[in-house]
Every structure is written in C-alpha cells, then in structure tokens.
Ligand binder design. Structure first.
Ligand code: 1PX
Length: 266
C-alpha cells in the first residue's frame, strides 16, 4: 500500500479502496476508507500543483517584462491591469479578467481544500491507530459511550471528522455521476454537486471561493484522462463501476449517523 501511495493518481485504486470498505455485515472498514481518501487527496493535490505551476510561470514572465519596462521607461507596451473583479454567474475561467493574483488565489483555494482533507484524514488515522478501530461502527460506538453531550463538545472527535468527509463523499458521488452522464461543463457539474451536498454546511465566503475555483476545473475529457484508467470509454465504464461502491459507503454511513443523531455534529 505504501508503494502504491507514491505513484500517480488512479481512479482504479480509489475504486478498489471503496470496494474493500463494506463487509458482509454492512460495516464500513476504516483502513480502506482512509486509503480511498488518500487517493482522492493526491488527485486534488495534482490540481493544486497545476495552478501553482501556472502562477509561477506567470510570475517569471511578469518579472521579465518589468525588467524590460524599467530598462526602457518610454516603452510602448501597456500592462494589463491586475485587479480582479468577480461577475457572477461565471461558467468558465476565460470569462474572468486575466490576473496573476487571481491565478494565485485559485491555487490557494485548491491547496486549502486539500490541506483540510489531509488534516481530517490524519486525525482519523491517529484515532484508528490509538484505539485499533476496525470499523466506523466501532469508532461511533466508542465515542458515544461518553454520552452525546461530551461528543458534541469535542472539536477533534472522530465522529465530527468523519461527518465532514462523509458530506464530501456525497459531493464526489454526485460529481462522478455528472461526469458519467456526459455533461461537458465540469464547472457546472461541480457546482451542482456542491450545492446539493457540502454547500449548506459551509459559510458564505467558503461557498463563494469554492464556486469561483470550480470555474477553473479542467474539461471533462481532461478529467477522464487524469483518472488514469485508459481511454475515455474505459474511464466512463470504471465510473459506472465505482459509483455504486461509493454510494454504498455513503448510504451506510448516513444511516449510522442518522440512527445516533450525529448528522449535525458541530
Ligand atoms: C476523478 C475525480 C476525483 C475528484 C477528487 C477530488 C477530491 C475532493 C476532496 C474534497 C475534500 C473536501 C473536504 C471538505 C471537508 C469540509 O467540509 N471542511 C470544512 C469544514 O470543516 P470544519 O472542520 O471547519 O468543520 C472546511 O471549512 C473546509 C472547507 C474547504 C472548502 C471545501 C470545498 C469543497 C469542494 C469540493 C471539492 C472540490 C474539488 C474539486 C476537484 C474536482
């Protein structure tokens, strides 16, 4: 597993992890659950790397132009303005005025999202190892033993952390379903999936930042390619295989949290 974690992202590995998650007794195993998340995070980090690569490249070019300008103060070229104005509704990045600070802030949004997910996965991994939890069910049972009030008061509980990832898993399920459906505008897919899942749990400023960053997502074809499972047809076929497993994990978790009234843990 350690060796696999070093390679490039592949949807296959995420599919395998979520497939291994659910036991015959309908328990959700924590080890594959967290492996699946690690795979997803690597994907997100590669998106972040693209933005930081682009913005570094722009920084270099801007510096070069600035040097030219200073050398020839009477130079003829006019520099594009660097302010950013957001005009919603946006559906694609090209609708935005070009700006370096905008590119950098997109990179920052994606790295913020992946840092948050990394921190949550690490916290859960620590809980799992400390208590040798095998399943999500045993984690919930253990934390509930102290009483619901004590659980609600803990900002680092496994339950509230799982709940955050659980909501994000719903986003993933919807987004992948959208990709499979054939809709080419990934920004629309991503925004719709987000509005139907995570958005209601996020404050206004996070919703706005996320929605703007979605406009910069790669095309559907690029997504199918980065999934690393072969041709576009093969990628779509694998999505068809993966979505039910993800849906199953989501459904069992949802039921478990509803049963114990944990769906609104602060
Ligand atoms: C082939 C497609 C694969 C796509 C894989 C992408 C993996 C996405 C992983 C997203 C993980 C997001 C976890 C967010 C958890 C969360 O809700 N955290 C918030 C609350 O936490 P707190 O501890 O404070 O209660 C926290 O405030 C963080 C918010 C960050 C903004 C989250 C926006 C998430 C948008 C969904 C991901 C979009 C990624 C686009 C890539 C396709």
């Amino acid at each position: 597993a350690a060796a696999a974690a070093a390679g490039p992202f592949s949807l296959r590995e995420v599919l395998d992890a979520f497939r291994r998650c659910v036991t015959e007794q309908r328990e959700v195993l924590l080890e594959p659950y967290l492996s699946g998340w690690r795979g997803l995070i690597r994907f997100l980090q590669s998106l972040g790397a693209v933005f930081s690569f682009i913005s570094k490249d722009v920084v270099t070019k801007v510096a070069l132009l600035e040097a030219h300008r200073q050398q020839h103060p009477s130079g003829a070229f006019v520099f594009p303005p660097f302010g950013v104005v957001f005009f919603p509704p946006l559906t694609h990045l090209t609708q935005l005025p070009f700006s370096l600070s905008f590119l950098q802030s997109l990179g920052a949004v994606f790295s913020f999202i992946s840092k948050d997910a990394v921190a949550k996965v690490a916290l859960l991994e620590a809980h799992r190892q400390q208590h040798r939890f095998v399943s999500l069910q045993s984690l919930v049972q253990h934390e509930l033993a102290a009483g619901p009030a004590a659980l609600r008061a803990r900002p680092d509980s496994g339950c509230r952390t799982v709940l955050r990832l659980h909501r994000a898993l719903r986003w993933l399920q919807l987004f992948l379903e959208g990709l499979r459906s054939g809709e080419p505008r990934t920004s629309v897919l991503c925004t719709d999936a987000y509005n139907a899942s995570l958005a209601e749990h996020h404050p206004w400023v996070v919703r706005k930042a996320a929605t703007v960053a979605f406009c910069a997502l790669p095309s559907r074809d690029a997504f199918l390619e980065i999934m690393n499972v072969g041709s576009a047809e093969e990628a779509v076929a694998m999505l068809g295989e993966a979505i039910p497993y993800i849906g199953d994990v989501y459904g069992i978790t949802q039921e478990l949290f509803a049963e114990h009234k944990l769906l609104d843990l602060p």
